[in-house]
Design a binder for this molecule. Structure first.
Ligand SMILES: [Zn+2]
Length: 397
């Protein structure tokens, strides 16, 4: 049996398809407490099926964060349904088409950065989260008699694993897998090579940005961590005992705090990352500029606005820094996003044979699995490995 609680925005409507924008909306349930619903963005009318399903999730003790994520995914799905002139109760064909179109729809870019960004797309993993949430919704719809059993059955494929018993092939374990899936491709992170890194440093237009980029490339700190650095976190001395720090050699401290530029170190554990002389020498020209250009300087932050009158002395902003990366690298014909500096540092350490636990400590990763992505070898690595075997360096015995 198929029925629907709302008039569907379908081709049968007298004035044609209705496009409604559905959004996830925070609500308080009388009995259940805070939760999420799907509402019309202009009238705040509840989407009956999606909201009933989310209410059911609340009853089944799902966390508010999970419910919010489901609400956002269902809102996107129902918003897409309208202009696509489809009936959601048709099931798999509609959902598969949504997932396919989602894959090629670029994500919105944050304000002001659009001109410097390449379009970004959802990962296969994200699309699978959409597919899973929507599939769960349809399973609930089947139990609530909103869609037929046949429609619901289409959402799962049954597989039977066969195995040999002696020489006879016998059916073994039966497994069910979701019918609507996206391909998950784990891509190796984008890296800069030596030449790219060098030309980026040359293309940077001022002393501050040169120090920032060099520091990020060398220490692998996240952009938020770099922008959150305070002068007191820079121990660029051979010996920092005079300032009360026993760590040997020049280094920086990465600590989690709330900062005026909203930069936030992601790891809650503070860490110390060594820096080389070369990077230390890049700090002083910036410091000279800072003294020359700021009449008054009371900011505790390492990176401040300096080269334009507007907001001089204020903490450097994330969005401006991202733009600077794209602008500078654009001049060299490359396209370097700030996170590539971190990938590049991590990969360089791995290739230089730095033990995994040290790389983990340097990156501030809590779990070793976070760096599995750096285990990826490039095509060039594989080629080098093969050629190395073929043409020598192998043990003659
Ligand atoms: Zn220190």
């Amino acid at each position: 049996m198929t029925k629907s609680l709302i008039p569907l925005p379908s081709t049968t409507h007298p004035i044609g398809p209705i496009s409604r924008r559905w959004i996830a909306f925070s609500v308080i349930h009388k009995a259940g407490g805070p939760s999420w619903a799907v509402v019309d963005a202009s009238t705040y009318e509840l989407h009956p099926e999606a909201s009933a399903y989310l209410h059911y999730l609340l009853g089944s003790a799902r966390s508010t964060n999970t419910i919010r994520a489901y609400a956002q995914r269902l809102a996107a799905f129902f918003t897409w349904i309208g202009p696509a002139r489809l009936d959601w109760t048709e099931g798999v064909p509609v959902v598969s088409r949504f997932i396919r179109e989602l894959a090629v729809t670029a994500l919105d870019t944050p304000d002001g950065t659009a001109e410097y960004r390449e379009p970004r797309y959802r990962s296969g993993k994200t699309m699978n989260q959409y597919a899973a949430a929507i599939t769960q919704f349809y399973m609930w719809a089947a139990r609530s008699d909103l869609i037929s059993e046949k429609t619901a059955a289409g959402f799962y494929e049954t597989r039977i694993a066969y195995g040999y018993s002696g020489d006879r092939l016998l059916p073994g374990q039966v497994s069910r897998s979701r019918a609507v899936r996206a391909k998950e491709v784990e891509e190796a992170p984008k890296l800069m090579n030596e030449t790219g890194a060098k030309s980026l440093l040359e293309a940077v237009s001022n002393h501050r940005d040169r120090f920032l980029v060099a520091l990020m490339m060398e220490t692998g700190v996240r952009i938020g961590e770099a922008l959150g650095l305070r002068t007191e976190d820079l121990h660029l001395f051979h010996d920092s005992r005079a300032v009360g720090c026993a760590a040997a050699g020049p280094h920086i401290h990465v600590r989690r705090r709330q900062n005026p530029n909203a930069a936030l170190s992601k790891s809650s554990n503070p860490r110390t990352v060594p820096v080389t002389e070369t990077v230390c020498t890049l700090y002083y020209p910036y410091l000279e500029d800072r003294i020359d250009l700021l009449a008054q300087d009371s900011s505790p932050m390492v990176f401040v606005n300096l080269y334009s009158r507007a907001h001089a002395g204020e903490a450097l902003k994330y969005s401006n820094t991202v733009k600077m990366f794209y602008r500078s690298s654009g001049r060299t014909g490359l396209r370097v996003n700030p996170h590539m500096t971190r990938h590049t540092a991590a990969t360089r350490w791995k290739r230089a044979g730095v033990p995994a636990r040290d790389v983990q400590a340097l990156l501030g990763h809590r779990s070793p699995s976070s760096q599995l992505v750096y285990e990826h070898t490039s095509d060039q690595d594989l080629r080098d490995a093969i050629e190395g075997v073929r043409y020598g360096r192998s043990n003659p015995s």
